[in-house]
Design a protein around this ligand. Structure first.
Ligand code: GAP
Length: 456
């Protein structure tokens, strides 16, 4: 951990998000609703990219993971068995700084025992949102909006494992909405009342759980560094044994240096057999794994890495934001990884003249099926570049009058502002290669590096 590099100001992230259509307060025309947010045209693309990157890495690229999309509203007994109904119904106070909750009766002073922060008023607290199934609002029809997606994977363990016939270890992964009636929300989308979770339950043979826990901590950490998150902004926070839930054998948070301070980005827990055993007990069903090799029946242990999509989105946005001097102005750049950037390529005709616009439209039509592309012909080329830099578009393609003669276009990269000129016929292929990580200055046949462009 180092405190040397300054972090971005959250106000700048909020302002950029609103101005450019990443995230808006929900129901803003009515004054907004605390803890609820809407993702705008760019935000929705970026959020989808975050979820896709996670899904690709954890599900599609692995032989030992499968997906699930379970319902948001589940049988109310699920939340009794999981402990959510009981464990959130105490009179609690919450620390306004670190958000730890405490039983007011257990406190000697009126400050947070962990960080000394100010505490909220005491209240009976259950963070689950309640609703009713059917037309009558009575106790028997109470249901909850899920506060996590995990329980769907435990409850469906038998159904999934018998349908896929996988041997242990294997995991079930899920992404989806979760709802928590948080007493304190804040720090933009860091803590909301409606958010999305990406998590998986990785089931292992008891005795191999420590090894898998270590594996997943390392693997999940590298997910962020591979997406370009600065190592000095990430760290691991193993929970001390005495602070673990009674069923957890280990828990480590991946923490990120958010503008408001170091905070949990993702939690990885070794929950042993707790959840499956609880559901087996409460439902009266057997939930076990039969090991073909040893001919044993046992309840698998589980390792659970869990991260909020919105929190991951915020970390990526903050980490990517930078300001650079640019002649007399400031260039704002979102240095997002190409997999995460909401728009991959912008097609920019140098002028709106019909013959040039027609060619530019053709170029646009040729590449847009391959990746998210935008077309912009308003204002000067310099301003258009800046607009794309600010939303993190990795490549801009300029179509100029010479393109009409030589069938070549110019690609300009966001980070170093180098330029290459390439044959239009190879454009899609070239852009795909660059988006996949190819050296920008490597040009296809018939192309060349534009001299004098780029940062000195
Ligand atoms: N199934 C495990 C679980 O739900 P959690 O630590 O309560 O664990 C997982 O939540 C992740 O969800 C957190 O690490 C955080 O990234 C995100 N998260 C939790 N509460 C959130 C909230 N109110 N708003 C946004 N994200 C939240």
């Amino acid at each position: 951990m180092t405190e040397e590099t300054p972090t971005v100001d959250m106000d700048k992230i909020v302002s950029l998000s609103q101005r450019r259509g990443f995230v808006f307060p929900s129901s803003e025309i009515y004054g907004g609703l605390s803890g609820f947010w809407d993702y705008g045209p760019l935000g929705v693309e970026m959020k989808r990219n975050v979820k896709d990157a996670w899904w690709r890495r954890n599900v599609r690229e692995r032989d030992d993971m499968v997906g699930l999309d379970s319902s948001i509203i589940m049988h109310p007994k699920v939340w009794e068995a999981s402990g959510h109904v009981a464990s959130f119904s105490d009179p609690l106070v919450e620390c306004k700084v670190c958000h730890l909750r405490w039983k007011a009766d257990d406190l000697k002073e009126n400050r947070c025992p962990s960080c000394g922060g100010e505490l909220t008023e005491e209240r009976m607290f259950n963070t689950m949102f309640k609703s009713f199934v059917g037309p009558v609002e009575e106790a028997a029809s109470v249901v909850y909006l899920r506060p996590e997606t995990a329980q769907g994977m435990f409850v469906d363990f038998e159904a999934v494992s018998s349908s896929i016939r996988k041997k242990l270890p294997f995991g079930i992964a899920q992404q989806g909405k979760a709802f928590r009636n948080e007493i304190t929300t804040g720090n933009f989308i860091f803590r909301s009342r409606e958010f999305e979770i990406m998590e998986f339950e990785f089931f292992v043979k008891p005795g191999t759980d420590d090894k898998w826990f270590e594996y997943w901590v390392e693997e999940r950490f590298s997910f962020y560094t591979r997406l370009g998150v600065k190592k000095e902004h990430l760290d691991l926070h193993p929970h001390p044994k005495e602070k673990l839930a009674h069923y957890a054998r280990a828990c480590t948070d991946i923490i990120y240096r958010f503008p408001h301070g170091w905070s949990e980005l993702e939690g990885i827990a070794n929950r042993q057999a707790y959840d499956l055993s609880q559901h087996a007990k409460a439902s009266g069903k057997t939930i076990e794994y039969f090991d073909d090799e040893t001919k044993e029946h046992y309840v698998p242990y589980v390792i659970e890495p869990s991260v909020g999509v919105d929190r991951c989105f915020l970390a990526l946005l903050c980490d990517a934001y930078r300001e650079e001097p640019d002649k007399d102005e400031t260039r704002v750049v979102l240095g997002l990884h190409p997999d995460i950037a909401p728009v991959k390529v912008a097609i920019l005709p140098l002028s709106k003249k019909p013959n040039l616009a027609a060619l530019a439209r053709d170029v646009y039509a040729g590449v847009r099926p391959a990746f998210m592309t935008t077309y912009d012909e308003t204002q000067s080329i310099g301003r258009r570049y800046r607009r794309q830099d600010e939303i993190g578009t990795p490549y801009c393609v300029t179509v100029d009058f010479q393109s009409l003669e030589d069938n070549r276009v110019t690609i300009r990269e966001r980070d170093r502002m180098n330029q290459i000129r390439v044959p239009t016929a190879t454009l899609k292929h070239t852009l795909l290669a660059k988006l996949g990580g190819e050296d920008f200055l490597k040009v296809p046949e018939g192309g060349e590096v534009v001299a004098g462009a780029g940062k000195p």
